[in-house]
Each structure stands twice: as structure tokens, then as C-alpha cells.
Design a protein around this ligand. Sequence first.
Ligand SMILES: [Zn+2]
Length: 252
Amino acid sequence: MKVLLHEMSWTEAKEYFSKNDIAIIPVGSNEQHGPQNPLGTDHLIAKTIAEETAKRTGAICLQVIPFGVSHHHRQFWGTVYVSPKTFKKYVKEVCLALNYYGVRKIVIVNGHGGNLNALTELARELREKRIFVSVFQWWPVASKLLPNIFKSDERGHAGAEETSMNLALHPHLVSVDKAVDEEIRKHAVETEGITLPLDTADYTGSGVFGKSTTASAEKGRKVFEAVINELVKHVDLLRKAKVEDLITKSKV
Ligand SMILES: [Zn+2]
């Protein structure tokens, strides 16, 4: 059975939507990930996780939305980004288009932390319209379920954790010999409790936050399996849940 929407014909889509009210949308970014990883890292990982979950659950998966909120990486060449407002509006309209065919439950597989605020806002807005959107991110799952596989300085942007995922999922796009370890710079005015409007270039010259040379495909495969198991569980639970139990409660 086909699970990728763009590979179906309209009659096949009609059959799916007349029996199912759930869909998966991968989203990511196109931004620098150090000298060793492809710019597409975040959207490529999200796409692979989403498609594998679709295969294992039978829930439909859309094409990945590749451009996200990455303004802070722009000094590194090839980073292509949109504003949080545009991103939220675009993803929301995709969700509303699905809702026209009866979809009430949407799992967004987000590959880029910078997208999270916009996605959280849109999920709240759509819940008011009786559409339930959950947002799944793979790296918190990895640190929770596999706490010892990477140290904290390997879990940063373009670090060993992300590089390992790339090595496991699309090794032909990784230049391991270009991987570097770079300790992030501290800004002169940085103190506890302060949030500064800094860009990635303020912290690092290579684009890597921390250690990336310790990456391996094997570690990446372990993370991938753990992540997929968790997401499959979520999709199965969501599928069984009643929409009435998911949407916003009226006044108490
Ligand atoms: Zn990333």
C-alpha cells in the first residue's frame, strides 16, 4: 500500500482519506551544518523519520517542507530561510488543505529546533479549529532514551549526534574527513539568565557547536531505531484517540 501522498493518484488519496483522519508532515530547514554535513540535514532527517513511520503505521506522509526559521545561520553560505510568520502561515495552510479531506490529526515531524515556536503557535491555533497537531522532534527522544550514547558536547548543532544520523541515513552526503571539534565561544556580555540576539557566527567559526569527530553510522542507527519506535507509538495512540478528547475543552 502506498503511504506517500505525492505518489498516490487522486482516487487512491480519496480511498485513504475516506477511511483515515491522520497525516504526517515532515518539516525542516536548509541551513549550514558544519563543513561535513549537507545543508539539508534537518529536512532530510525529518523526511526519513516521517516516511519510515508512515511505512510502519500506514498513516499517510506528505512531502517535506524544506525551508524553515534559520535567519541566525545566514552568515554561512547556502542557508535559505523564511520568517517565522511565513513559515507558520505556510505550514498552517498545508494543514488546512488536509482538513478539507477530513484530516483532524496531524503529526509534524520537525527536524529543526528553530521552527518550534512557530509550530507550537500554529498547533494552538488549529486546536481551536478542531484540528489536533502534535509536533515530534527526534533529538529529545535520543537524549531521553539513550542518555549515554552521546555526551552533552556532542549533542550540539552539527555535532556528533546529528552527524551520526546523517551517516546512518544518507552517508553519501557526509564528508567525515571535514568534521571538526569546536568549543563554542562565549560572548563578552553573557551571564546567567540573559538571552542575547546572537547569530551562529557569534559562537562558532566552523558552524559546529562542540564535538563532531566522534560521529558514527552505528550510533546514528541506534538513535534512528529508538526514535522511530517512539514515533510509531505516538501515531498509533493518536489514531485510536477520539477527536473529542483531543480538541480544546469548553468553559469549565
Ligand atoms: Zn540541525
